[in-house]
Ligand binder design. Structure first.
Ligand code: F6P
Length: 357
């Protein structure tokens, strides 16, 4: 008998179901006696004992389905050791659920915060396997996370659509792209969508340089300009502030986000119309793209093999096109950011894209 538990935690993304299907189909084909428990709404389900026994039927027809059949929630890592409002010790409660069900392993799908909690559970003696999910692509130790490619497609589509209307109206347009504290999604979608200016958290911008790039285009007779701005983009000035000072500044900011602030600044100097488009959570929605379906099927299958080998405490990563087990203690708590001096940035700059630096 093999008993596994599964949960999806943090912000959702497109290929969570595909990944769970990959794990369960591979196990079901190779293990005679399998029980799969699905915990509802992330770690919450594990803490409060909300779970259901899943059958192969639950995994049928979900390869292309976005979201997660288990539901998800954010349970901040920094609060994991803090008892809840009723005094429940969350870590102890998770362990109790695990032991009550006599699980052999927990398969945990999630991003950075989720991974940190997975590592904590490993330190507490539970068998865990982590699958790297996030549209942000910021998980250290894997070349790519699932959800990233699907989100690139959506953000690129948004930029493509903005292109035609921007050109018709001779407008400056800002498309604000998700990505939390990193710029991977903005960089890829920005390049794919032909953005003229790309602003990333890893390359603090100088607003004068941004304005200069807009003016240069109009002086060349180009009526419109497209900016792809990461939601976490930060000015050179703000990058010098302490975390606390910056947080305070953002709280006081009148504009709804950094993009609106930049739009105001461009408008003020250039006197042109500037519009902001925020695709927001659409970037996490809908069906996974074929790349993510294949990626998740492979990661899921590799996770199943690790479970059958009883090789736990790792993330299943994709490195140079091959699945690989990366020990959680090597990757948990680390962030994978865009290298501001990396080849991709150099190549983009060479062909005239401004990063506002
Ligand atoms: O981590 C995925 C992500 O979509 C980020 O890109 C974004 O900053 C964040 O989640 C949004 O979180 P929420 O869904 O809680 O608004």
């Amino acid at each position: 008998m093999l008993r596994i538990g599964m949960l999806t935690s943090g912000g959702d993304c497109q290929a969570l179901n595909a990944a769970m299907r990959g794990v369960v189909k591979s196990l079901a084909a190779n293990v005679a006696d399998l029980e799969v428990y699905g915990f509802e709404n992330g770690y919450k389900g594990l803490i409060y004992g909300n779970y259901r026994l899943l059958t192969s039927k639950d995994f049928s027809g979900i390869l292309t389905k976005g979201g997660t059949i288990l539901g998800s929630s954010r349970q901040p890592f920094k609060l994991m050791r803090v008892p809840d409002e009723n005094g429940v010790d969350k870590v102890e409660a998770m362990k109790q659920t695990y032991y009550k069900l006599s699980l052999d392993c927990l398969v945990i799908l999630g991003g950075n915060g989720t991974q940190k909690t997975a590592n904590l559970l490993r330190e507490e003696g539970l068998n865990v396997i982590h699958l790297p999910k996030t549209i942000d692509n910021d998980i250290y130790g894997t070349d790519v996370t699932f959800g990233f490619q699907s989100a690139i497609n959506i953000a690129t589509d948004a930029i493509d659509c903005i292109h035609t209307t921007a050109a018709s109206h001779n407008r400056v347009f800002i498309v604000e792209v998700m990505g939390h504290k990193v710029g991977w999604l903005t960089l890829y979608a920005g390049i794919a969508g032909g953005a003229d200016i790309i602003l990333l958290p890893e390359i603090p911008y100088d607003i004068d340089k941004v304005v200069e790039a807009v003016q240069k285009r109009s002086s060349e007779g180009k009526g419109f300009t497209i900016l792809a701005v990461a939601e976490g983009a930060i000015s050179k000035e703000d990058a010098k502030l302490s975390k606390k000072e910056y947080k305070k500044k953002v709280e006081k900011r009148k504009a709804p986000s950094v993009s609106y602030e930049i739009a105001e600044q461009i408008k003020e100097v250039c006197g042109t119309e500037v519009r902001v488009t925020v695709p927001g959570h659409t970037q996490r929605g809908g069906s996974p793209c074929p790349y993510d379906r294949v990626l998740c099927t492979r990661l899921g299958s590799a996770a199943a093999q690790a479970i059958m080998d009883r090789d736990f405490g790792c993330m299943i990563a994709m490195i140079n096109g091959k699945t690989k087990k990366v020990p959680l203690e090597e990757c948990a708590g680390k962030l994978k950011s865009v290298d501001p001096d990396g080849q991709m940035i150099i190549e983009a700059k060479r062909m005239g894209i401004s990063f506002g630096d």
